[in-house]
Design a protein around this ligand. Structure first.
Ligand SMILES: *[C@@H]1O[C@H](CO)[C@@H](O)[C@H](O)[C@H]1NC(C)=O
Ligand SMILES: *[C@@H]1O[C@H](CO)[C@@H](O)[C@H](O)[C@H]1NC(C)=O
Ligand SMILES: *[C@@H]1O[C@H](CO)[C@@H](O)[C@H](O)[C@H]1NC(C)=O
Ligand SMILES: *[C@@H]1O[C@H](CO)[C@@H](O)[C@H](O)[C@H]1NC(C)=O
Length: 391
C-alpha cells in the first residue's frame, strides 16, 4: 500500500494535512472508475471483433435445421442462420485465440464427410449392414442426434444431453447418479427405424479422436491397475492368458496387477481376428463399427483435436446456445479431468506405452483400427517409428 504514495504528484503531497485524506479518496475513486471504463471498452470491442471475425449472421431464415446448407452469397461470405434467431452472445469475455472463419470450418467439415464417404464406397461398406442404433441418443425436441463414443468427450455430451433432458445444472453437479443412466432415462436406446426417421429432421454428430490415443486412454482408465470392478475379471483373464513366465520385465511398473499394455493389445488383436468383427467393448470398439458412419450420414463429424470449435458449431447450428451455454472450459469438471489425465503429455505417454509393442503387434492393431485412421483422416506412421523391431 505504501508504495502507491511515492507516485503521487508532489503537489498533492504538499496539500495540507487536513485535505489529504479527502484527496486520497478522490484519487482512488477516479483511478478505479477509469479502469472500469478501460475494461468495458475492451470487452465491447472484443465482442464485436469476434462477431465480425466469425462472420456470423444471426438473422432468422427458413434454413432447415438438419439440412446442410450454406446460405452465404459472394458478398456475405459464410453466412449462417441459426434456428433460434437470438443475437449471439459470447459467454466468456476472456480474450481467446481460437477465432475461426466459418466458411473455412464448413468446408473442412464437408471434407471430413466426403472422406468418410469415399472410404465407405472404396471398401464396399456403404451397401451392407444397418446402422447401429443402439449407441445413439435422439433428442426429437431439439432435433439433435449423437452417437456416443466413449473416451471422446462423452462425459461432456452426456452432461449436455442431461441438460437437454431437463435436468438442472445444480442437480447434475450434485447427483451421484451415473450420467449415462440419467441420460438414457430421457433418451432411451432407439430402434433402427426410429433412428432412420429422425435423421433427416435432425442435426446428427459424432466425436472422434485419434484412434490409438483413445485405445491408450481406455487402457489407462479401465484396465491398467484394474481400477474398475467391471473390468477386473477381464483383466485377470488377460493376465492368465498372455503373461508368460519368461516375459521381459515391465518398464513402467515392474509388478503390474493388471495386464500390461502389450498383453492388453494381444487380447484385443486375438479376439478381433477380423476387422469386421463388431464384438468389442464399447471403450475400444472401432468407430466404423460402433457408430456405423457408412449407414448414417452425420451432419457433423467432430474431432477431439478441434473440439471447442466443433462443439460451438454444433451448438449454434442446432440453436441450443441458451441451454448448452458456450462456456468453453468452465462448468465441465469431468472434461477437464480427462484432459489433464490424457492431454498433457500425450506424446510422452504414446512413446512409453506404444514403445512396448513390437512391429508385429502394431500391424495387427493397425489392421483393426486402420479404417478409423483412414476414414477420419489420422496418420498412423509415427507409431511404426515408436515400436520395437521384431526380433
Ligand atoms: C424466425 O422464424 C420463425 C419460424 O421459423 C418465425 O416465426 C419468426 O417470426 C422469425 N423471426 C424473425 C425475426 O424473422
Ligand atoms: C442475414 O441473412 C438474412 C437472410 O437469411 C438477410 O436478409 C440479411 O441481409 C443478412 N444480414 C447480413 C448482415 O448479412
Ligand atoms: C449418404 O450420402 C451419400 C452421398 O451423399 C448417399 O449416396 C447415401 O445414400 C447417403 N446414405 C444415407 C444412409 O443416407
Ligand atoms: C503420414 O505422415 C507421414 C510423415 O510423417 C507421411 O510420409 C505419410 O504420407 C502420411 N500418410 C498419410 C496416409 O497421409
Amino acid at each position: 500500500m505504501r508504495g502507491i504514495y511515492y507516485f503521487w504528484p508532489r503537489l498533492l503531497l504538499r496539500a495540507s494535512k487536513k485535505y489529504r485524506s479527502i484527496l486520497h479518496t478522490f484519487v482512488f475513486l477516479s483511478a478505479g472508475f477509469g479502469y472500469c471504463i478501460l475494461l468495458g471498452s475492451y470487452a465491447y470491442s472484443r465482442h464485436h471483433q469476434l462477431a465480425r471475425s466469425r462472420n456470423i449472421n444471426t438473422t432468422n431464415s427458413s434454413t432447415q435445421n438438419g439440412a446442410m446448407q450454406n446460405t452465404g452469397s459472394k458478398t456475405q461470405k459464410a453466412t449462417i442462420s441459426f434456428k433460434s434467431g437470438k443475437v449471439i452472445q459470447l459467454v466468456n469475455n476472456e480474450p481467446e485465440d481460437d477465432g475461426y472463419d466459418l466458411e473455412d470450418l464448413e468446408s473442412e467439415l464437408e471434407g471430413r464427410r466426403h472422406r468418410v464417404w469415399e472410404v465407405c464406397v472404396a471398401r464396399g461398406l456403404n451397401t451392407e449392414g444397418k446402422p447401429n442404433a443402439w449407441e445413439f441418443f435422439i433428442d426429437p425436441t431439439h432435433s439433435l442426434i449423437w452417437c456416443n463414443i466413449f473416451k471422446a468427450a462423452s462425459s461432456t455430451w452426456l452432461y449436455n444431453f442431461n441438460l437437454l433432458g431437463g435436468y438442472k445444472e445444480k442437480y447434475l453437479r450434485q447427483s451421484k447418479k451415473n450420467p449415462l443412466v440419467l441420460a438414457r432415462s430421457n433418451f432411451p436406446r432407439p430402434t433402427i427405424k426410429q433412428l432412420q426417421e429422425a435423421l433427416p429432421k435432425s442435426l446428427s454428430f459424432l466425436i472422434v479422436r485419434e484412434p490409438f490415443e483413445r485405445l491408450l486412454s481406455a487402457y489407462r482408465n479401465k484396465i491398467e491397475g484394474l481400477p474398475h470392478r467391471f473390468y477386473r475379471k477381464m483383466g485377470r483373464e488377460i493376465v492368465a492368458k498372455y503373461r508368460k513366465s519368461n516375459s521381459p520385465p515391465n518398464v513402467i511398473n515392474p509388478t503390474p496387477t493388471g495386464p500390461t499394455f502389450s498383453e492388453f493389445v494381444n487380447y484385443i488383436t486375438d479376439t478381433a481376428g477380423s476387422y469386421k468383427v463388431t464384438k468389442f467393448d464399447e471403450h475400444w470398439a472401432p468407430y466404423y463399427s460402433f457408430c456405423t458412419p457408412c449407414q448414417v450420414n452425420f451432419t457433423v463429424i467432430a474431432k477431439l483435436e478441434t473440439l471447442t470449435r466443433d462443439q460451438e458449431y454444433i451448438i449454434r447450428r442446432a440453436g441450443l446456445e441458451n441451454i448448452l451455454k458456450l462456456s468453453r472450459h468452465k462448468d465441465r469438471p469431468k472434461m477437464i479431468l480427462n484432459k489433464a489425465r490424457d492431454g498433457k503429455n500425450t506424446n510422452d505417454l504414446t512413446r512409453r506405452y506404444y514403445g512396448q509393442l513390437s512391429k508385429k503387434q502394431l500391424k495387427k492393431l493397425h489392421y483393426i483400427y486402420g479404417l478409423d485412421f483412414e476414414m477420419f483422416g489420422y496418420n498412423v506412421t509415427k507409431y511404426y517409428e515408436i515400436v520395437k523391431e521384431d526380433t
